[in-house]
Structure formats: C-alpha cells, structure tokens
Design a protein around this ligand. Structure first.
Ligand code: HXC
Length: 517
C-alpha cells in the first residue's frame, strides 16, 4: 500500500479549511437571516460544475496594531470564473462569515484581479455583495482598496457588462461600486444600501429611521432609482443575472446573442389598430403596445417602479436584442420629468455601449412644467437625454404612437437627432404645443375680443389640431419617414433593424464628451 504524499494531504487540509469560511456558528447565523453562503450563491448562479476558484489561500495583510485576531483563508471573499449558459463570466462573492465580508487590502487585491481578468478576456463581471463596508481594522488600506475597485468599475464601464447583486448590507463607500455598474439587483428585506447608516444620521441630523426605510430594496427601486430590480429571494436575484446576460454581448466589440424566436417575425396583432382611443385625452397602456410588438414574453423591464411615466427595458424582436424606451401615457400622461429623463438617459447609454439597437415609443405631452422641476434642473436632466440619443450610434428606430409635443418630439429619438427610421401611427399628434395651448398663445387677442371667447378658442384649437396635430404634416415635410398602421409596427421594426445590422456611424475622435450630469 502506498502512503499519500504528506504535501498533498496538507493541500487537502487547507482546502477543507478554506471551505469552512468563518466557521459553523457564523454560517448558522447567516442562514438564520435567510441568507446563503458565498459559495452556495456561486453554485446557484453558474452552470453546474463550471466554477474555478482563484487565490483561495490569500489571508489578510500584516496588521501592525494586532486588531485582526483571526486569520481565514480567502479573507472574506471567494473569487473566480465559471459559465452562464455556456459563456464565461468572472465574479466575486463576499463571505459575510469572515469579518462581515468587509473589504480589506487583500480582498480588494482579489476583486481587482478578477476584474482585470474579465476585461482582458472580454467577459462580464459579477459582484455578489454582502459586506459591512471598509474593514475598520485595516484603516486607510481598506479605503484605498475601494478606490482600486471604483477606478476599475469606471474604466471598464462600457467595455464589459458589470452586474452587482446586493445580498446583504452594503454600507458606506461600498455602495459606490454597485452604483457604477450596469445593473443593480437587490433582495427584499435582506439587502440595504446607504452611505451613512441610521446611527450616523441620528447623530448628525437627529432624524430617526431604520435600515429598511433608509436604504432597503423598496426605497432604491421606487424612490432613489439607485437599483434596477427588487426581488423576493437570492435565487430570484441570481436567475435574473442569467436572464439579463442573455440579452447582452460579452463585451463592447461583440453583438448581443441571437435567440431564435418562437413567434413569427411577420406576425401583426390586429388589436394594436384599436389600442389608441379616439379621444386624445383618454389614456391607454403603452406596456400593452410593447408586449404586442416584441417577441412573446421577452420584455424585461428595468426600474418598473421608479419614474413610471417612462418605460425602459430589454426585449427581443425577431430574436435580436433591443432596448425599448418609451412613455407610459397612463402615468402622468407620459410627461418627461427629471427622474424620467435620468432613467431613459442611463438606459440609452447602456444599450449604446453594448451594441443593443434602440426602439423608442413616443407618447408624451413634453417636459413637466413647474417651479420644482425648473429649479431642480430639468434643463440639465433633459439635456442628458438629448445627449444620449444624439451620441448613440446603434441602430435607432422610433415609433410615435400619439403625442409628440415640443421637447418630447425632439428629445425622444427624433429623426434629426440621428434616428435611422422614424414612423408615426395615424393617431400621432406632432406639434410644438397641444391645440388649446397653441390657440391661446397664437390667437390671444382674437379670443379675448370674441363675443364668446370659449367658443372662439375651441374653434381655433380645432383648426390648429386639423392642421398640425396629426402625422400628415410631419410626413409631408419629411420629419417622419412614414406613417404606418399600428399593427404593422412589428414587421416594420424587424425589417428596419435587419437593414441596419451593419450600420457604420463613426463619431468624430475625442477623449470623451462632457455629458451635462
Ligand atoms: C470590521 C466588521 C465591520 C467593519 C461588521 N464587522 N462590520 N468588521 N469592519 N466595517 C464584523 C462584526 O464585528 C462581526 O464580527 C461581523 O462582521 C458581523 O457583524 P454583525 O454586526 O454581527 O452583523 P449584523 O448584525 O448583521 O450587522 C451587519 C452590519 C453592521 C449592518 C454591516 O455590522 C454594521 O453596521 N457594520 C458597520 C458598517 C460600517 O459603518 N462600515 C464602514 C462604512 S465606511 P464577528 O467576529 O462577531 O462575526 C466605508 C468607507 C469606505 O465603507 C470608503 C470608500 C469610499
């Protein structure tokens, strides 16, 4: 009988030790909070058996003050690579059972290593975050470690997809790494994001609030807009990562994957022809329009509970990924306010960096009037949207379903912002102002002096509507390319995108633009 090489036995012992994380008691505590371990999360995310770990034996750096009493293999983070639907990804998963998953100098070193490998190989990078933030015992070294990560998040932005999944606390400056990534997913009740926690807020401002109300998933998906999705469980969050990646290329020089559609590219839904009410003040649901045009069940809406007057999301049409942008006329009449402009801008830019064509559905009375909006900088925020559409070089198709008044016509992917195909439905109203508003300004004197001002206003508004609030005027002057029946939208978009597949639209050389943030 041969005896085992003691060096191999030692390796096995070390490996087993690394798998223990912070020990059985802390794993029990983690489970009691309804959370999985760092390694279980990786197993749930990746294709079975594809995970390869990197640097499992790293331990914390030398600690002059002797504050780090225990040493653990891995130093609170598991890093490596594996596959999602057969495509390689790099990732890290913080281990809350080791010093609360906090960021140390060596943890930062490990995370930066996988980030660098991801960008070098042109594949997505995924952060599974569960951390108390900067490791207090390591002082400035942990803060420097964050800076190393943030710099890479910024420099690799638009090169490879970066996804942050919040699976526990995310305190302090740690919140900035997710905020720099393309997608932020939070799990209800167990994940929190804030720069300063409840205790600090109480001490500084006297305000009393708990962690959930301050930075829980509801807050960040409906009030702040920091996160894109709130999901019920860790499994839902990890499934969503897999789904999201199915729409994206692995890097900015690849095209998104094609997935053979189950429904006919030539299919026309006749219900679309009666979806827009005859009365222009009656709402309808733009989500229904989108669902009837894209491949069945493919619409993945982002930030569905924030700035609901705007709609953004990924979908497939004829099997190809598209970014859908639009207004929801059923919410605030689809007006564009500060949050809606921010939401659409960020999404348009994400699609453009990853070669995902944009399909825009317009129904908006324009920018939201009001002192709060003007003082809040609606000019600056609206300008971002103009900037984003103008700089986007991906194929752009725009369908005006109803209102495209003033600023809304211009900023929402209008023809002369560089949109490749612009179509209007017969219900489209393309004008500088709504008919009543325009009549009030153009014929102020005439209305005031009339025997019956209200009747005069109605008559003049009706004449204006006849003349301008329809797509025929815009089509006759070339401001839209075509007028189509609503049911023709799907085949029209598919044909347009097919013709634009090899679009070449180089931008003038520059270091980078100066978007009005
Ligand atoms: C070192 C930490 C730690 C930290 C938690 N731990 N936070 N160790 N540095 N920042 C340790 C705890 O001592 C404990 O160790 C273990 O992690 C689990 O923590 P608990 O408090 O028992 O867990 P829980 O009750 O779930 O609370 C988790 C928590 C809380 C909400 C994260 O621990 C917390 O508020 N921590 C401090 C958060 C924070 O202020 N971080 C710094 C932010 S400033 P044991 O041994 O008992 O298991 C920052 C600057 C970044 O990040 C700058 C970049 C720009």
């Amino acid at each position: 009988m041969t005896t085992e090489d003691p060096r191999i036995l030692e390796l096995r012992r070390m490996r087993a030790k690394a798998l223990e994380g912070g020990g059985a008691d802390r794993i029990k505590k983690q489970k009691a909070k309804g959370k999985q371990t760092a390694r279980e999360r990786i197993e749930l995310l990746l294709d079975p058996g594809t995970f390869n770990e990197i640097e499992p034996f790293i331990t914390h750096s030398e600690d002059e003050l002797n504050l780090l009493t225990e040493t653990y293999y891995g130093d609170g983070v598991v890093t490596g690579y594996g596959q999602i639907n057969g495509r390689t990804v790099y990732l890290y998963s913080q281990d809350f059972t080791i010093y609360g998953g906090t960021l140390s100098e060596m943890q930062s070193h490990k995370i930066c290593r996988v980030m660098d490998l991801a960008v070098r190989n042109g594949v997505p990078f995924i952060s599974l975050i569960d951390s108390g933030g900067a490791r207090i015992q390591e002082g400035v070294r942990s803060m420097g470690g964050y800076a190393e990560i943030f710099r890479r998040n910024a420099q690799y932005s638009g090169v490879i997809p970066q996804i942050a999944v919040m699976l526990g606390p995310c305190a302090g400056g740690a919140a900035y790494s997710p905020a720099l990534q393309d997608l932020v997913i939070m799990v209800e009740k167990t994940s929190f994001m804030f720069l300063t926690g409840p205790e600090v807020i109480k001490a500084v401002t006297g305000e009393v609030i708990d962690a959930e109300a301050l930075g829980g998933s509801d807050v960040h998906t409906s009030v702040s807009g920091v996160a894109h999705f709130s999901v019920k469980s860790e499994k839902d969050a990890l499934d969503l990562v897999r789904d999201f990646l199915s729409y994206l290329p692995s890097n900015n020089v690849e095209n998104p994957p094609y997935i053979k559609p189950t429904d006919d590219p030539a299919f026309m839904d006749d219900e679309l022809n009666s979806i827009v009410p005859i009365d222009p003040s009656e709402p309808y649901i733009m989500h229904d329009v989108i669902e009837k045009i894209v491949d069945q069940g493919s619409f993945l809406e982002f930030q569905a509970n924030w700035a609901r007057n705007a709609i953004v999301g990924l979908a497939r049409i004829g099997g190809y990924s598209v970014g859908v942008v639009g207004q929801e006329p059923a919410i605030m009449a689809g007006v564009i306010d500060i949050d809606a402009a921010d939401k659409m801008t960020r999404f348009v830019r994400m699609c453009d960096c990853f070669n995902i064509p944009l399909v825009t559905f317009v129904d908006s009375p324009g920018f939201l009037p009001g002192i709060a909006q003007e003082h809040g900088g609606i000019i600056r925020h609206g300008a971002k949207l103009l900037y984003a559409y103008s700089e986007a070089t991906v194929p752009k198709v725009c369908i005006i379903t109803r209102k495209a008044y003033g600023g809304a016509y211009v900023v929402m992917s209008s023809k002369y912002l560089g949109t490749d195909v612009t179509c209007a439905w017969p219900s489209a109203e393309i004008a500088v102002l709504g008919a009543e508003g325009a009549a009030n300004i153009l014929f102020k004197k005439q209305i005031e002096e009339a025997a019956d001002p209200a009747a005069e206003r109605a008559k003049l508004a009706s004449e204006y509507r006849e003349r301008f609030n329809n797509p025929f005027n815009a089509a006759s002057t070339g401001y839209v390319d075509d007028i189509i029946e609503p049911r023709e939208s799907r085949p029209k978009i598919i044909a347009s995108l097919s013709a634009l597949r090899d679009k070449y639209a180089p931008a003038p050389p520059r270091k980078h633009g100066n978007i009005p943030v």
